[in-house]
Design a protein around this ligand. Structure first.
Ligand SMILES: *[C@@H]1O[C@H](CO)[C@@H](O)[C@H](O)[C@H]1NC(C)=O
Ligand SMILES: *[C@@H]1O[C@H](CO)[C@@H](O)[C@H](O)[C@H]1NC(C)=O
Ligand SMILES: *[C@@H]1O[C@H](CO)[C@@H](O)[C@H](O)[C@H]1NC(C)=O
Length: 595
């Protein structure tokens, strides 16, 4: 993970850096920083490149990386597959080498189409004077843009002031620096993503034309070149007969139900298929990391104890050396003490008959739903592998601390997103990923701070396997067709809804967010399956949604966590309880605006 930044100016004016933005960038890449400026004559342009590098493994590779031909690369990404990277090599250097051998735009597109893994990049191609930039197919790395006073700025993270927007993850962009610039105006050519052999992935590419910063223009590239999507399109088939989609009134969510389903040969093949790709996706994301020592984890999981995070933890266990701990980050926001019952105060007679206070359950303000499922989840994991040290990190957040950190940091990171939901999730993820809390040992609580630089998150499971309650609603009103449309739409907008924000929020701790459910092979595998193989919404909550994942959990040896109904993070962590309960998730969040 890195913080990358680039300003382009067509006028001779001095290029200025924003000190606040610089500070946010530096937190993403605390290990190395450097600037580099290139200039062009006739017509005049200047580009300032700035990079802040987070060192993950091997030798540190400085950025901006300039090759012998004078091209400059800013790479905020990971090459998990696609381009060969030997253990001694660095992926930034490999991408730079691959781009060096490109001449025309179709070569550049072919290199980028081959990469498997998340990325955001800026590339100055000296021959021909071009500036390229963009984000991977899902938008797993943040990139923002702004155009102001004839200056175009690109950055991983900004600060809370107006004018920033997320660069839409619809393709990559190229600026021709030779083109005459009327009053500094910038024109981007768009090279959109498209499925192999198909037309452009609509309607995402149309939205870009509306998202460009004021003063700039976007045009489709005139040659009609495209990037090849790294995943296959969603299987749109609907069942021919409805015989097995009738509600089954007597079923209730129990491990037994899953057991019965698993017993069928067909289901167990599907489950093995998913375990294979998902396990490989986790392996790619947790292996070959430098561990600071045997006592410290190199990998942490954002951990609610729910289905998605339990599966990630169980699979990480398969690939991380047995002597290394795994940190499970569990966040809770302080609950208000419930009001004493009115009548007990008013009616002393009644109170006398009640058990004494000491027998009443002790109120634990941090025992929010995710804390309880988290604790139960660790027990399951301990049973699964008693040799492993599982660090269950209890992160307790008070109202005061939430206010302070939102004001100082989180508001800037969430920006330019701005809803109540963005605020809740942004704050919850920030505190969880920071990993500062307590672990419980026999002697009691001990302060603990996770040193893991890689943070696994379960994002993408609900969008692909129909985990949200709105999927059930959609299924009831418009059947399988409606459900498929909903899933396709949600995966298409996951970059604008979640990924840019989560990358900025997690990156702020000098840690890297990794998303195994959005691995290209996992998405391709899930997309190729028929929707009724992934979810059966005629079955009750806790079984039907994400059915295939529940069966997978069961097969991996998990028990009760396999049948937990979905609980959104803002409710599970109780952050939503801290604020005005009348507001809607989609409202603009005034707390973020005052940051
Ligand atoms: C490449 O170098 C960067 C910066 O030092 C580091 O974070 C990254 O993990 C390295 N990648 C590989 C594949 O070694
Ligand atoms: C954090 O919350 C848990 C309840 O889940 C509680 O047991 C623990 O004492 C709290 N830790 C601190 C340091 O407040
Ligand atoms: C979609 O799913 C159906 C039913 O499982 C299968 O027969 C078909 O091959 C799948 N289509 C694609 C394109 O994978």
């Amino acid at each position: 993970m890195c913080g990358i930044f680039c300003v382009l100016s067509r006028s001779p004016a001095h290029l200025e850096r924003d000190r606040a933005v610089d500070e946010h960038l530096r937190r993403r890449g605390p290990d190395w920083s450097r600037d580099l400026t290139v200039t062009g004559r006739d017509p005049h342009y200047q580009c300032l490149f700035s990079a802040h590098v987070l060192h993950m493994r091997g030798l540190l590779t400085p950025q901006p990386l300039q090759d012998n031909a004078g091209n400059v690369l800013l790479w905020n990404g990971e090459v998990f597959e696609g381009l060969p990277v030997t253990p001694e090599e660095n992926d930034t250097a490999v991408v730079s080498q691959a781009l060096l051998s490109c001449s025309g735009p179709s070569d550049v597109l072919s290199v980028l189409s081959r990469v498997r893994g998340p990325w955001g990049f800026v590339y100055y191609q000296k021959a021909g004077d071009y500036l390229w930039f963009g984000r991977d197919f899902f938008g797993r790395r943040s990139l923002l843009w702004k155009f102001d006073g004839g200056v175009l700025t690109l950055t991983s993270v900004a600060a809370h002031d107006s004018g920033w927007r997320e660069v839409p993850a619809v393709g990559v962009y190229r600026v021709d620096l030779k083109a005459p610039a009327e009053g500094g105006a910038v024109t981007f050519e768009v090279y959109p993503w498209a499925y192999a052999g198909k037309k452009v992935v609509s309607p995402r590419s149309e939205t870009v034309l509306e998202c460009v910063p004021g003063g700039c223009t976007a045009v489709m590239n005139p040659s009609g070149l495209v990037l090849t999507s790294p995943v296959c399109p969603l299987n749109m088939s609907v069942p021919k007969s409805l015989h097995d989609t009738e509600p089954q009134p007597d079923t209730h969510s129990s491990v037994k139900d899953l057991e019965l389903l698993l017993a069928s040969k067909e289901k167990s093949d599907e489950v093995s298929g998913l375990i294979e790709v998902l396990s490989e996706a986790v392996r790619r994301r947790v292996q070959t990391l430098d561990s600071p020592s045997n006592d410290h984890a190199s990998v942490a999981v954002l951990f609610s104890g729910g289905l998605d995070s339990m599966i990630l933890a169980a699979l990480a266990d398969r690939h991380i050396p047995a002597h290394q701990p795994i940190d499970l980050l569990n966040v809770a926001f302080k609950l208000q003490e419930p009001k004493k019952q009115k009548d007990s105060a008013k009616n002393p007679q009644k109170q006398k008959n009640k058990p004494t206070d000491s027998k009443a359950p002790i109120f634990s303000p941090f025992d929010v739903p995710d804390r309880l499922t988290g604790r139960a989840g660790v027990k399951e994991l301990q049973d699964l592998n008693p040799e492993r040290r599982w660090n269950f990190v209890e992160i307790n957040v008070t109202q005061e601390e939430l206010r302070e950190m939102r004001q100082r940091r989180i508001g800037h990171l969430v920006h330019p997103l701005e809803t109540v939901l963005d605020d809740s999730i942004g704050c919850a993820v920030w505190f969880a990923a920071r990993g500062t809390g307590f672990i419980t040992e026999e002697e009691g609580h001990r302060p603990f701070s996770s040193s893991a630089k890689v943070v696994l998150t379960g994002i993408g499971a609900d969008e692909q396997l129909a985990g949200y309650s709105r999927h059930r609603v959609r299924f009831q009103t418009s059947g399988y067709e409606g459900l498929i449309q909903e899933l396709a739409m949600e995966l298409g907008r996951i970059s604008t809804r979640n990924l840019g924000r989560d990358d900025r929020v997690i990156g702020d701790h000098g840690k890297e967010a990794r998303f195994p459910y959005l691995d290209e092979s996992v998405v391709s595998h899930l997309s190729s399956l028929a929707v009724w193989d992934k979810a059966d919404l005629s079955l009750p909550r806790g079984v039907g949604e994400k059915l295939l994942l529940r069966l997978t959990a069961r097969q991996l040896g998990l028990r009760q966590s396999a049948v937990l109904p979905k609980r959104a993070m803002q409710f599970g962590s109780r952050i939503a309880k801290m604020e005005d309960t009348r507001e809607k998730a989609s409202d603009k969040c005034s707390r973020l605006l005052t940051a």
